[in-house]
Design a binder for this molecule. Sequence first.
Ligand code: SAM
Length: 288
Amino acid sequence: MIQTMSETNTPSSHAIATLAISNSTEPKAAQLLSERFKLPIDLHHSAEMTLGWHLVKKDTIPKLALLHKESGPVFIDFISGKKAHRRHFGGGKGQPLIRAMGKIKEGVPTILDATAGMGGDSFVIASQGFKVVMVERSIAVAALLEDALKRALDNLQNLSPEASDPELLSIIMNMSLVQADSAEYLLSQKPIVDVIYMDPMYPEKKKSAATKKEMKALQNLVGPDRDSENLLQAALQTAAYRVVVKRPKNAPIIQLKNPLLKPSAEIFSPNTRYDIYSIKALKAAGLL
Ligand SMILES: C[S@@+](CC[C@H](N)C(=O)[O-])C[C@H]1O[C@@H](n2cnc3c(N)ncnc32)[C@H](O)[C@@H]1O
């Protein structure tokens, strides 16, 4: 299910916080992670942020987490917490994110989430029956996603028959992960995919108190994405059906070299806009 996880990547050049591996609870696993990602072990407890293991009493499997002195552990949990809540109460197929994925005659569109982040949007999309390939360039964030997918599978496959949750198991089985820069991945691998979804980090003017803990950790770790136009250009060259870009409600569209390349439609939710680039319409207009 986890397709590739490039072992050759060095820490993202976009990273803004120094990152190291904490070996305080799982020294062997820490050593492996340090070798795999070429990240130092935080021997002197001096790193701004570490990747390490977080274990609470009710859990049997420790969670890989981003550990930050200010924000505490940030990990991904597909089984309980906010993501599980949104699966049950998020509005199903009527929610704007799902409507933005569109419909195709041949069945359910396949989706590539080119900015997977903490996997929240991918999980919502997979919860509605779509197959989702998540692509994430930050090795730390991809490691959190990989750990969350493995933990979810381990937990779900070991449940007693009475407690089993085949629906959640099939959602997790529909999610796969690639660690790569999506623009490079799309142009070199040319994956066959109907919809490419992207939700790049938008430069924050002020860090509001309301910014969620996960998003704050991502902002500290990866910073704003300043190359979204390259990714959008690569996505437009690859997607068969549409490209969907998530933006803050009043943010400008992503400017491309050709100013005529604009969204064909928009879907709004209270704070968010989904810009939809229809490949058929752009091809018909001679723009692709
Ligand atoms: C705003 S977050 C995405 C949040 C995500 N939609 C969620 O629900 O958790 C943006 C993420 O995209 C990643 N990213 C940005 N540009 C990328 C690219 N070209 N290739 C792969 N990942 C990218 C960043 O590292 C960051 O983790």
